[in-house]
Write a protein that binds this ligand. Structure first.
Ligand SMILES: [Zn+2]
Ligand SMILES: [Zn+2]
Length: 380
């Protein structure tokens, strides 16, 4: 799965355009393949990754789409269904950045073929489709029981009318422009001078194949959008960040490549009563002073929805922790449940009846000789 653009640039979600530009400039210098300590192909890949993130986040419109729909949303903004250097619009920024570093060096190769030529030629080879991400929020009760859900997932699929070829009746022919290679030599006049480079064939978009008449159903794209119903079972014990992979439920592949996957990412909502600590649950319970002093049963809420009885020993202290075995959450992939921990507090009444007041006064008087009951509590 592609990394988060904000994470790639190391900026906050609400970063200003200045912050984004500054972060990109810094990283671009760092990952320049000529100065980077990394292997050239690794540095090139990183350089491309930060440039893709910059391309999207520096454009408020693309950024908005990304914030709302993630990678799946912006990939259609790129010409080949994914980012390539052809989509990069900030060469001027790069010229500024590298003017003090003796120019572009290897970066030239990256932009205009060169060492990445193999990848470009790879356009006509089968390629897997993009993977999609779906975020789902579940409650703590659903962590206990698991949850089955039917998701509606919009994704692309191969057009059935033309078997994904884009040609009417599937009548495909070899591209006359590139002779099936998917790439052509091109001379560019740029601000850096005149350059011969190998670029993707515009006629066939690198596929090496073309057609006289486009398929009327997909208008030559070879793929159509559709919404599929996907059943997912979120397992018991799922945690925030748990990722379920549904193989093949992503976007259609290219040139007969396999489809991408769907990743369902779980987020567990906070609970108003229980706090989660792995498979254990914590809950606060307040009861009366007599109940703590004398001992006895109290009712405790459980994640199962029923109240459980908890026995307090005589002399149970405020802030002591009681444990109920097996009343926690199941562990992911294991049957056994964790425990529930109960932190005991005291409920001090704010309004007293006359009778209660008399009783408490009496009690306070009795305790006075031992240093005073309420003073002791205060010292704790
Ligand atoms: Zn071609
Ligand atoms: Zn079609």
């Amino acid at each position: 799965m592609p990394r988060d653009y904000y994470e790639i640039l190391g900026v906050a979600k609400d970063a200003s355009q200045d912050d984004i530009k500054r972060a990109y400039r810094k990283l671009a210098r760092q990952h320049h393949p000529d100065v980077s300590q990394e292997e050239k192909s690794v540095a090139e890949e990183k350089f491309k990754e930060i440039s893709e993130a910059y391309e999207v986040l520096s454009d408020e419109e693309k950024r908005k789409i990304y914030d709302q729909y993630g990678h799946a949303g912006v990939k259609n903004q790129f010409s080949g269904g994914g980012f390539s250097w052809d989509d990069f619009t900030h060469f001027d920024d790069l010229r500024d950045i590298f003017s003090g570093m003796g120019g572009f060096g290897s970066i030239f190769d990256m932009f205009f073929g060169g060492s990445s030529q193999g990848q470009r030629g790879g356009r006509s080879a089968p390629r897997a489709g993009e993977s999609l991400r779906y975020d789902i929020e579940i409650s703590l009760e659903e962590v206990l029981n698991g949850r089955s859900e039917e998701l509606s997932i919009p994704h692309s699929t191969n057009c059935e009318s033309c078997s994904g070829s884009g040609a009417k009746d599937g009548a495909v022919e070899t591209c006359p422009e590139c002779g099936g290679a998917g790439q052509v030599q091109m001379v560019r006049n740029s601000s850096f001078g005149r350059m011969v480079s190998v670029v993707e064939c515009r006629k066939c978009q690198g596929a090496g194949r073309t057609f006289k008449e486009a398929c009327p159903r997909c208008k030559g794209a070879g793929r159509v959008q559709k919404t599929s119903k996907i059943n997912v079972n979120i397992p018991k014990g799922a945690e925030t960040g748990t990722r379920l992979r549904i193989a093949g439920a992503g976007d259609a592949g290219y040139n007969n490549g396999p489809p991408g996957d769907l990743f369902v990412v779980v987020h567990v909502r906070d609970h108003p009563v229980f706090r989660r600590d792995g498979a254990n649950l914590w809950v606060d319970l307040t009861t009366t002073y007599p109940r703590l002093a004398l001992g006895g049963e109290v009712e405790v809420p459980t994640i199962d929805g029923e109240k459980a009885k908890l026995k307090l020993a005589p002399g149970t202290q405020v802030n002591s922790v009681q444990r109920m075995s097996g009343k926690g959450l199941p562990r992911l992939g294991a049957g056994a449940r964790g425990d529930q921990f109960i932190r005991v507090g005291i409920k001090v009444p704010t309004k007293l009846s006359k009778e209660e007041r008399e009783l408490l006064k009496k009690l306070d008087g009795k305790e006075e000789g031992k240093g005073g009951l309420f003073e002791n509590i205060r010292k704790k």
